[in-house]
Design a protein around this ligand. Sequence first.
Ligand code: PDD
Length: 279
Amino acid sequence: MVYLNGNFIPKSKAYVSVMDRGFLFGDGVYEVFPVYGKKIVGEELHLKRLQEGLDAINIVNPHSNENWSLLIRELISYHQDYHNQSIYLQISRGCDDDRKHTHGDLMPTVYMQSTPFASKSKNDLLKGSAAITRDDIRWNQCNTKSTSLIANIMYAQDAKNHQAEETILCRNGVITECSSSNVFIVNDNCIYTHPEGPYILPGVTRKIVLNCARDCQILAKEKTFTKQDLMKADEVWITSSTREIMPITSVDGILINDGRIGDVWSLIYDRYQELKNTN
Ligand code: PDD
């Protein structure tokens, strides 16, 4: 079952008009909520970011947070057979009578679907993952979770073509984030990640990780770092709602810290698991 404009219907029956501005222009925003059993991790933070995205592109939020919560829970309930699920929620500006760049007030198109997902086990993560780096050519409003993802999907495909997990992005020598995750490094037991602002998506997992660092009394700084810092870091990780916290052991074919996975990752990973499994 999926949710489309007020109704829960089978996916095979869910259609959107070719006049939808989501289809024609990528004119919309989205969220991805990770759900473990029935627990939605970071629900409030995801709904807050959704509101910020809608405000940024001038779409009126079609639901209150209470309503969203009920709708998301109803969608989850149709997929009890999924152990874990990720809820994809998209709001586009809606349909117009013809294709034009400008728009009036339209009725937003609201779509939600659920996909089963399995987070990797710690043992699997300990095998390490590869990443590549590319210049970050995206716009200066990366903090809006827009459905216009052409650059991001090109980076993701580039990583896939190089048998890598992710593409780490670099803007004027500074590491920003990845195609669909945030990036952290550890140096001398201090965690670094790019500060919030126009160059990164303020990841919900990123925020939870910073809280985990505080819980574990590990120093964490929201401070920029360069590609050189990345290459000689003690640890590199990427974070997202579906990847959780994933150690990266090679970048552009070069081993990070001789391919060793660090203790800081392990502590933060364990704390994240603890939080996600408590009600
Ligand atoms: N991606 N940066 C970018 C560019 C992202 O697309 C994402 C999430 C993140 C991590 O955000 P969060 O921790 O809130 O998931 C960072 C989602 C999962 C996606 O596009 O499917």
